[in-house]
Write a protein that binds this ligand. Sequence first.
Ligand code: ADP
Ligand code: MG
Length: 713
Amino acid sequence: MLAREPSPTATWRRPQIAADQWGQAAGSRPVGPTLDTPLQRLPKISAERLAGMRRLGLVTVRDLLWHFPRRHEDQRLRVPVGRLRPGERATVEVEVLSVHLRRARQRRMELVEGEVGDETGSLGVIWFNQPHLARILHPGRRVTLHGQAARHQGQRLQMRNPEVQLERREGVQVSVGGLVPIYPETARLTSRWLRAKVGELLPLVALAEETLPEEVRRREGLLPLGEALRQVHFPESQARLDAARARFGFEELFYPQLAALLARRQRLARAGTRSPYDVEVARAFTRALPFRLTDDQRRAAHEILIDLDRPSPMNRLLQGDVGSGKTVVAAMAARMAIAAGHQVVLMAPTEILARQHLETMRELLSPFEIYPRLLVGSTGARQRREILGGLLAGTDKLVVGTHALIEDEVRFPQLGLCIVDEQHRFGVAQRLRLREKVDLNPDFLSMTATPIPRSLNLTLYGDLDVSQIRTLPPGRVPVRTELVEAAGRDAAYQLIRSEVGAGRQGFIICPLIDDSPGAEARSATAEYERLTKEVFQDLRLVLVHGRLPAREKAERMEAFATHQYDLLVATSVVEVGVDVPNATVMAIEDAGRFGLAQLHQFRGRVGRGAQPAHCLLFVGEEDPAATARLRALIEHSDGFELAEIDLRLRGAGDPYGLRQHGFPEMRVGDLLDDPLRERARAAAEEVLKADPELTDPILRRGIRDYRVVFEFD
Ligand code: ADP
Ligand code: MG
């Protein structure tokens, strides 16, 4: 990266030009940097800092000015160590007295512990899993720490995971009104340096084009962009800072909702395929089932069938925990679409899952002489040709598969309904591809076992209608979930053994595949070896992980499903799919490493039969956040409730992996801020009412980034 490009705008590369003169030269001659100037063209920034900024995604001046402080330090919170009180958040300016790195039991966590102090006293400090601090914080170094001091078990005062600033206080020249911006620090970029750089470039905010229409801003009482940018970095007062953040927070909730509303409007105006709601067909379907649909299933099915009957294309999300019976509902929708003469595809993220769906569809739909086909990566060439031919001719009505379904040659001329399972597991690009390759506007049904809290639904899936299945089919017993610490391991193995002895099966989940250097997680491979040789010598164990070829993986899963093995040792590949009602134990190694949603998914793999089931969470020395997650899992079994808790535990920022859904980063906004979200929603509705085609260039620009998530023209 050191090969710098020659700068075409070298004229301004004179450090003596004062920042507040930049950008003011009128006329054609470019004099100073603009918001789009790459940071590497600015004078006096080392290659190391450029690299550090690039790692944060900061490439242009604009990026830097939109890189908001994580917080502001109120200098009034700065206290001498001797006056610290337990429970209070405070900032201390201290010298490092001692520091050492310690591995916690079983090498699962690295702790940096030490002591710091000033002339008034000393204080213990500890950081979890931040080993690099041991290299930085050598004795004698002066640092500023920000955090909450507490007394744990009556011991001395200690700060856990305080924020660290390496700089010294003097030289903080740009602070006003006692509020100093603190930027996230990285190894190569100190907050202090960023602060100085942002301060220097700040006059350029005058060049920023307003991103909210004046009318909206006025009605909502929001600061203009330039002012908001200034105040968000260097606020004059807490009130100004709040006002600045409110502006950006509003904007971040306004545009996705506006984009979603527009997408929805456009979709409802399009002509789609229609499958009339034939009550006789629905009745015949439910009569053929070996069980009664739950009320939630009925309601969801009804909502879907009504949508199918509409002339505009459906875009609906079916949410429900693993095993809540979504597939049955999807099969009913498929039945209705096929009865209307349409073709249906069901796409799953893995081959294993596709095969399972194939089986389910076959069972549920063969009474109606519907015979689903399977198209996956491992489908042989001859069979593939035959399926493609059947689809093209319209003789095949239902095809289940994986990504193989969106390859170029695959055509569904009569596609009326497209069902996508675990849509979020497909990349955004693949989803678009699927939509693009069909000429008609088929109805769309996505299914997900990741419960999305209601508070997120509107924004995250703004253009989707949502059907939820919240209750499990009758007869399921809740899974007993417990923490297993090192001392309880033998007893836990005893429990697994006794379940197997009673003819049941179990899963053992491990976080990583291999022991790569530095990785502390137990690897599935090593664990498989160990369990086979040392713990369950007499039981039948099988190993499955993500690096196995798809076919091999499917075969091993299948063998487990047909009870040729007692225990399945796996990495997180079992997360989706795998219906083994005979499995009654789920053991999860290093449970603290997984997110709450994922743990809940794992747990959903057991308790699918009538027998009581167990979920054993093996834990080491957890950090407090992990402990809160695990406790929530023990106390709650409802996926939607857990999703809410998960969201709150993670807090604002990117709580639900929005980036992964194609969303731009949220810097200020908080999806959990209900009143603000509602306000932004109302404003978006208002705006769209006044300008239904959204012709305002400012609004068009504002929704641009959401185009990948919500499709609109
Ligand atoms: P999901 O797709 O939500 O994971 P499935 O549709 O695969 O759930 O259903 C899980 C299991 O529960 C299947 O074996 C299915 O036959 C069964 N099942 C679904 N609905 C009911 C019901 N209403 N009563 C009893 N069993 C049901
Ligand atoms: Mg399913």
